[in-house]
Write a protein that binds this ligand. Sequence first.
Ligand code: DHB
Length: 388
Amino acid sequence: VRTRVAIVGAGPAGLLLSHLLAQSGIDSIVVDQRTREQIESTIRAGILEQGTVELLDTLGDFSRARTVGTRHNGIELRFAGHGHRIDFPGLVGRSVWLYPQHEALKDLIAARLAGGQDLRFGVTVERVEDNDIPRVIAKEADGQELIIEADFIVGADGSRSVVRPAVTGTSQGGYFREYPFAWFGILTEAPASAEELIYSNSPDGFALISQRSPTVQRMYFQCDPDADPNALSEEEIWGMLQARVPGTTLTEGPIFQRDVLRFRSFVAHELRKGRIAIVGDAAHTVPPTGAKGMNLAVADVVLLNRALQALLLENDERLIDGFADAALHRIWKAQHFSWWMTSMLHSTPEATEFDHRRQLGELRSVVESEAGSTFLAEAYTGWPLPAA
Ligand code: DHB
């Protein structure tokens, strides 16, 4: 088959890109290895920047971000037994929305299918080529060979991207940082423990009290990267969580999902080579503290959409030539913010008493200074996006 843009990966980046391209009349095919059910039920991120919500607004009634999602006007930073609120609208005139990624994916998939999008699930991509014509070589769910010929190929296929090697030359090819801890995440059936998210630094380590809906809550606590999610009883898990938010009491409920999220920082050395580009987790990974991952993927896509419009509609290569540098500008700011939030809130195995006290000094510098709080609020709610 032939299309203008072949998009590998039906996550937030791939689906949003196909939507934005379609708005300027550029057709695309989106393929994903997973089934629609898997994509629509995998629990991932929860926080959308205001700019991300505004882009989803262009789906019209398909976006439920403002109706099913909830606006959050702040977060609590908790340390030394006290909570300190960061007031987003008061500081930067912007907010974030709590709207689970898989709900946003349901909206995007429904909107794309209603718009006649060629969206294929269960497709395994073997490789991509950029010889005479850019080609995606894949197998359909039923085992049939699928070859997509396109003017441009986009890898939006996540951290284990099969497109990335065609851009970076190796499957790794990037700047890395590992962390000596992970997050133990749970879903619990309980009412919210607090109105807003709580990011807590405690002598026992980090905890994040997040939400999914009025009846389901998402919570995380710092753990060893090799921890076995099934080794703890529910009582032990609640003990770990309660100990990490001193001064507040969590509302407990049955725990119906648990997982260990290992995390790292990564930025690919190259984001584009010829007529192939990578976006989202295929191009970079941030640690989850600060909720930048999905939002950063969206920002990549806004830039790539504009570059592809110029390239495919006006034969103007300037924006695609500048795509990587433009995207990296925001990517490295988000890398810094995610690393900073992580380092300020977690305990490392080798941390000394000096390090703990320095962290408390850092947190006080943030909450007691309007400049400090504003820096956090700007980054958390998202730096302005270029016009789509
Ligand atoms: C969630 C995850 C994050 O990393 C974060 O910073 C905030 C919320 C969540 O899964 O709800």
